[in-house]
Write a protein that binds this ligand. Structure first.
Ligand code: BEZ
Length: 211
């Protein structure tokens, strides 16, 4: 059975390119993005890890830490990081787990045996400061992830964690959001002083509260 939204994110200790880490301790009060890579020295993964390095500030601005997983060993990761830095014009600045015993991949159900029995698919886990799973995305090995979408989901999760809102179809940061149906019309002005637009009883838009 896969891990589901609302489940506790499993804690673990692992060897990484930045030393041994205990996951919960490493996360502290931050949001976490834990994502898997099928194997080292592969083209799609190389581009994804480069992009992650270049987005370090974007993740930091959101109070989020990124941790990559691949089932190859530490010397392999270290050689691969040199290639990533060279080919993606970046400096890999976040840890990559050497998950040789598949402990993390197994805990997070990142190996889908009907796709491959030996390497992971491309899983992304969004983990809240309460260490609960807030969202997951899964792609096959052949499809590189869209990091604009990963940041967009993180923005949406953080908005809904901090305000009584949700984000509508194709929402992008800066656009109007939806007021929770649990909020009564008469309570909206106090909670959402930027105003609101009522389409019907359950569809009420307000400007993004924190922009
Ligand atoms: C890649 O990262 O390019 C890749 C890895 C495993 C299977 C297919 C593609």
């Amino acid at each position: 059975m896969s891990l589901q939204i609302g489940d506790a994110a499993p804690d673990f200790s692992a060897q990484t390119t930045e030393g041994k880490i205990s996951f919960y301790e490493w996360l502290g009060d931050n949001w976490g993005i834990l994502y898997s890579h099928p194997s080292d020295f592969t083209p799609v993964c190389t581009t994804e890890l480069g992009r992650t390095a270049l987005l370090k500030e974007a993740f930091e601005k959101r109070g989020a830490k990124v941790l990559a997983v691949s089932v190859d060993d530490l010397p392999s990761h270290e050689g691969w990081v040199k290639d990533i830095n060279q080919t993606q014009q970046c400096t890999v600045n976040f840890p990559i787990i050497a998950d040789v015993d598949r402990n993390v991949s197994t805990l997070y159900r990142m190996i889908h045996p009907n796709a491959s029995s030996s390497v992971t698919v491309r899983s992304v886990y969004f983990i809240g400061p309460d260490k609960k799973i807030k969202a997951t995305i899964t792609y096959p090995a052949s499809t590189g992830r869209n990091f604009n979408e990963i940041l967009r989901v993180l923005d949406s999760l953080q908005l809904t964690a901090n305000y009584s809102v949700s984000t509508p179809v194709d929402w992008e940061p800066g656009q109007d959001v939806i007021v929770s149906p649990a909020i009564k019309d008469e309570d909206i002005p106090k909670k959402f002083p930027k105003g609101y637009k009522k389409i019907n009883a359950y569809l009420r838009y307000t400007p993004q509260p924190n922009s």
